[in-house]
Design a protein. Structure first.
Length: 435
């Protein structure tokens, strides 16, 4: 048994049997353990921690970990007498959705917001912004919400049932007592986008099992028991079928400098040059007009010196812009071998790839870097055909837009001419496959 699971088990043993059994606290222990694991990453246990909602098991475990706990709790709900003294505000879902509490000046090192997003009528972005205002600059938000892709939703869809969440599911998907009503479910992609829009950096977004398959008061026959056990097995094997999305978030900072002085936001732009001086001059000019701070990115040109005029373009741009453009001679500037060579010489943690057949918009670098967080390895985007261009049928699929008459471009493909890669991740897998 790991440390967090042992802490939860010890906390349950200390609670009165009526609390453990009648309020199904043991059933919620898997989610409580997962939340505590994320909170345990904080170094200072004496800092203020805000728990919004939750249950007695989670509250007592946080106190046992040494946090200065404050609780915002619902007007109708259950907490033990010891935790009632830590409740500083009685709230309702409507008050949370209104955002009226965002004007308060209190700040916390950690805010925990478990299984509440699905009960609010407002946009998740609005309530997440309110929670960000409650955090200190290096604070941590732990949020959990029911997953739209969980097994029960999939089974309901396959059976043809109306699986829209019109009412709250049984208490195993709630840490509140009584369970709050459910307004909507969230898909991971929608939730991640809302978190970023609200100004958060996503440290982790995981699918977790939220509850035990049985509670102390349940009585099942063999077929129902077997079905519950099978569901639990599926959830452990297939992560996306698990009950809850658990997010570990921190406020985005304008200063991307890390504690060791390195700059994760530093970018190396790698340009493949094969189309002559005019094309090369065009891409270098568009790279000079970027909104990203110029001291935070470098330009590397892959070329084979077949055109002296192209080398002259690089020298002219260096003189005009007072920027050093690093030119690397490679036998073939196109392909995975050349890209690996460029990344081996890159100084930035993020490597942006394009070529001289492209022009990039002014916010190209800034827009892509904004999507990187601790769990992001690759950011890719669409390549749009220039007006008047013709289809390139002999190119590999996905390397260029097909330019069809309906204006439809490939989806789900990542052409190298518009791709951003984390260099450390590329190095860990030994680069692009050159075979």
């Amino acid at each position: 048994m790991n440390a967090m699971a042992r802490l939860v088990a010890d906390t349950l043993d200390e609670l009165p049997v009526t609390d453990r059994v009648f309020h199904h606290l043991n059933a919620s222990s898997p989610l409580v353990v997962e939340i505590l694991r994320r909170v345990a990453s904080r170094q200072g246990r004496g800092e203020r921690l805000l728990l919004i909602g939750g249950n007695a098991l989670l509250g007592h475990a946080l106190v046992a970990m040494g946090f200065d706990l404050e609780i915002w709790f619902f007007r109708e709900g259950f907490l033990t007498d010891d935790l009632q003294t830590r409740v500083t505000r009685k709230i309702t879902p409507a008050e949370l959705a209104s955002g009226a509490i965002s004007r308060e000046s209190s700040r916390y090192g950690v805010v925990i917001f478990p299984l509440l997003l699905e009960s609010l009528t407002c946009s998740p972005r609005d309530v997440l912004r309110m929670l960000r205002e409650r955090l200190v600059p290096d604070g941590q938000l732990i949020a959990a919400t029911g997953s739209m892709t969980r097994l029960e939703m999939r089974l309901a869809a396959l059976s043809g049932k109306n699986f829209a969440p019109l009412a709250a599911p049984p208490p195993q998907l709630s840490l509140s007592w009584p369970a709050l009503g459910t307004v909507r479910e969230y898909h991971r992609d929608d939730l991640v986008r809302s978190c970023r829009d609200a100004g958060f950096r996503i440290r982790e977004c995981s699918y977790v099992v939220a509850s035990k398959p049985f509670v102390a008061l349940d009585s099942f026959g063999l077929p129902v028991y077997t079905a519950h056990k099978l569901r639990q097995v599926v959830k452990h094997v297939v992560p996306t079928t698990r009950d809850v999305l658990l997010l570990d978030l921190s406020p985005q900072r304008s200063d991307r400098a890390s504690s060791n002085g390195s700059l994760p936001g530093r970018v190396s732009v790698i340009v493949s040059a094969t189309r002559g001086p005019t094309a090369l001059a065009r891409i270098l000019e568009s790279l000079e007009d970027q909104t990203y701070p110029r001291e935070q990115y470098e330009v590397i040109v892959l070329h084979n010196s077949s055109s002296p005029d192209s080398v002259a373009v690089i020298q002219q741009r260096e003189q005009a812009t007072q920027r050093v453009i690093r030119a690397l001679h490679v036998a073939d500037p196109e392909g995975p071998s050349a890209r690996n060579e460029g990344m081996s010489h890159a100084r930035g943690e993020i490597c942006a790839h394009t070529d001289d057949a492209c022009e990039v918009p002014p916010d190209w670098i800034q827009g892509a870097v904004g999507w990187f967080d601790d769990n992001t390895a690759v950011v890719g985007g669409t390549v749009f055909a220039r007006a008047g261009s013709v289809p390139r049928y002999m190119d590999p699929p996905g390397s260029r837009p097909d330019g069809d008459d309906k204006g439809v471009f490939p989806k789900g493909l990542f052409p190298i001419s518009n791709g951003f890669y984390r260099r450390s991740t590329v190095e860990a897998v030994r680069g692009f496959n050159e075979s």
